[in-house]
Design a protein around this ligand. Structure first.
Ligand code: NOJ
Ligand code: CA
Length: 576
């Protein structure tokens, strides 16, 4: 029986149980603190909330239409208040910007468009003062074709750095070495008439793949990480790790039925992706990271949990945080699909890293919004990835319910894959638009026209307005993040799935030391009555304190089942 009253932060009893006042999380033991871990043995990055910043789009301090490092520094107080502990900045290194920074022409400098090394050092220092660590994006698979290594490499067949990239003879006149394709819609091989050979690139032709089989390349790349660790960087997000190695025999990939978004045959990329050697490189990067107490996050696109598990390393000696990107591919909101996935991830026995959006994927607001309950759905998705066991990575703007603003015509597209693949592939501009700070011109991002257009939704979904509204997506995020930082069960608790057969509602406990946090998520568009029994989870006469709901209506009374509004969230603390 639910005894229920009030709207938001309110108290509930089950079977008319006691109303319980707020309890604080148990203090971590001093000894554990000395080891840099909490009472449950967790390292800083396990308890941290990470926030991904696309620097071109976050805050423009010098009003040239492009965000920059000083802009990020100016928003650290906002991030602190939101509850962010670490920021991952996508590449801010010198770059011709063909792939908006993922084509790096110098790994050990800052692109003047974003500021100076002094600006970077100041960002790290200001972050430190606020307890916010800085993570950089390390593009390990390829450089820009304007990097001095590649300029040397392409200069002649006998140049010093020729073997730093993957050069091969064609099969015959006008015929590339094999059938591999670039994921960005072009061939994977570009012919260089000067030296009469082809070079390999999994991405754009301006992004030649490094040859990680060359020990000199490996050493140079490990040294890059040392350079940044000395600048106070707390770790790296490693770009495109799946593609680090290729079959040295250049075996053709099997051709599959159907075509891709660019109209080319589908391929099973078994000879140029996820080769076992990737794990050797991860181990080497990890051992340098260990010298600096740093964390490695992986851009690990996997199709199943076993593949993801491999990226932790058989001896936990590879990535601490291989991103679970699988949820971003779920087509709808199915409680069963999430339940099964979360169970599989937990069974794999490592610390998960959950992601629901990033700069390469349509924003979750747009993916799941039904036009009627969009803000409720945004809150429901937030409650999901911020209350699960593991570390969440929050993409900038998700906390205010930003939506995609896709280009309306091919001429408006900035992202080259959108130009090449239009209209099936519109590119990634839509999820990279300027952060919406307030209602003023250009959403307060810049006084001049930003590099990408601000969507109309900025008038309702922006930081300034949502700060004032207790029912906004932002207020919901802030409360959730506050709970993540104060409730030991949300950090350290195990995951116990409840009501396993309910196809519409995901219910679970995060259980820790005799107490728990109960999370109920209605993933459907209709009211769901949620039955409830915690006895098997060890709570036969539980007391509940409601911590957060997203309910619109005030509900009062005693219920045998919990009435959950469409796409609503109910979070409560459970004690014995
Ligand atoms: C993954 C990055 O997230 C994406 O933005 C980029 O285009 C490719 N890797 C190539 O670096
Ligand atoms: Ca700027």
């Amino acid at each position: 029986m639910w005894k229920y009253s009030g709207l938001r932060k309110l108290a509930v009893g089950i079977f008319a149980a006691l109303i319980v006042a707020g309890l604080s999380a148990a203090a971590p033991e001093a000894r554990a603190q000395q080891r840099g871990v909490d009472a449950a043995g967790h390292a800083w990055w396990q308890n941290a909330v990470f926030y991904e910043i696309y620097p071109r789009s976050f805050a423009d301090s010098n009003n040239d239409g492009i965000g920059d490092l000083k802009g990020i520094t100016s928003k650290l107080d906002y991030l602190k208040e939101l509850g962010v502990d670490a920021i991952w900045i996508t590449p801010c290194f010198p770059s011709p910007q063909v792939d908006f920074g993922y084509d790096v022409s110098d790994y050990e400098a800052i692109d003047p468009m974003y500021g100076t090394m002094a600006d970077f050092d100041r960002l790290v220092a200001e972050g430190k003062q606020r307890g916010i660590r800085v993570i950089l994006d390390f593009v390990v698979n390829h450089t820009s074709d304007k990097h001095k290594w590649f300029i040397d490499s392409e200069s002649s067949r006998t140049s010093d750095k020729r073997d730093w990239y993957i050069w091969r003879d064609g099969k015959g006149p006008g015929q590339p070495p094999n059938n591999w394709l670039s994921t960005f819609g072009t061939p994977a091989w570009t012919f260089d008439p000067k030296t009469n050979q082809y070079y390999y690139h999994y991405f754009y032709p301006q992004q030649p793949d490094l040859n990680w089989r060359n020990p000199a390349v490996e050493k140079a790349m490990l040294d890059v990480t040392r350079f940044w660790y000395k600048h106070g960087v707390a770790g790296f997000r490693l770009d495109a790790v799946d593609t680090l190695y290729e079959d040295p025999n250049l075996t053709d990939n099997p051709v599959l039925p159907g075509t891709d978004k660019f109209g080319r045959p589908n391929m099973d990329e078994k000879y140029n992706k996820k080769l076992p050697e990737v794990h050797d490189a991860m181990k080497k990067l990890r051992s340098v990271a260990n010298e600096y107490g740093a964390v490695l996050i992986g851009e690990t696109w996997t199709t199943n949990v076993d593949q993801l598990r491999d990226y932790y390393g058989s001896k936990d000696d590879e990535l601490q945080m291989p991103m679970d990107l699988m949820m971003t591919g779920f087509k709808g909101l199915s409680a069963d699909e999430y339940r099964k996935h979360i169970a599989a991830v937990n069974a794999a026995g490592h610390w998960p890293t959950y992601v629901i959006s990033n700069h390469d994927i349509v924003r979750s607001y747009t993916r799941y919004g039904d036009g009627e309950h969009n803000d409720d759905i945004a809150k429901m998705m937030a409650a999901l990835y911020l209350t699960l066991r593991g570390t969440p990575i929050l993409y900038y703007g998700e906390e205010i319910g930003m939506e995609n603003n896709d280009p309306k015509s091919k001429d408006d597209v900035q992202d080259p894959i959108g130009k090449l693949g239009w209209p099936l592939e519109k590119g990634r501009d839509g999820e990279r638009t300027p952060m919406q700070w307030n209602e003023s011109v250009n959403a307060g991002f810049s006084t001049v026209k930003p590099w990408l257009p601000v969507p109309g939704s900025a008038s309702t979904h922006n930081v300034a307005d949502e700060m004032k509204d207790p029912d906004s997506v932002l207020s919901f995020y802030r409360t959730l993040l506050e709970l993540r930082h104060s409730e030991a069960a949300l950090l350290d608790g195990d995951y116990v799935s409840l009501n396993e057969n309910n196809p519409n509602v995901l219910t679970y406990l995060r259980r820790y030391k005799g107490e728990a946090i109960l999370v109920i998520l209605n993933m459907s568009a209709t009211v769901q009555m949620v039955p409830f029994d915690l006895s098997e989870a060890g709570f036969s006469a539980p007391k509940l304190e409601v911590l957060l709901t997203s309910f619109h209506k005030r509900v009062k009374g005693m219920f045998a089942k919990m009435p959950m509004e469409p796409y609503s969230v109910f979070i409560a603390k459970v004690t014995k």
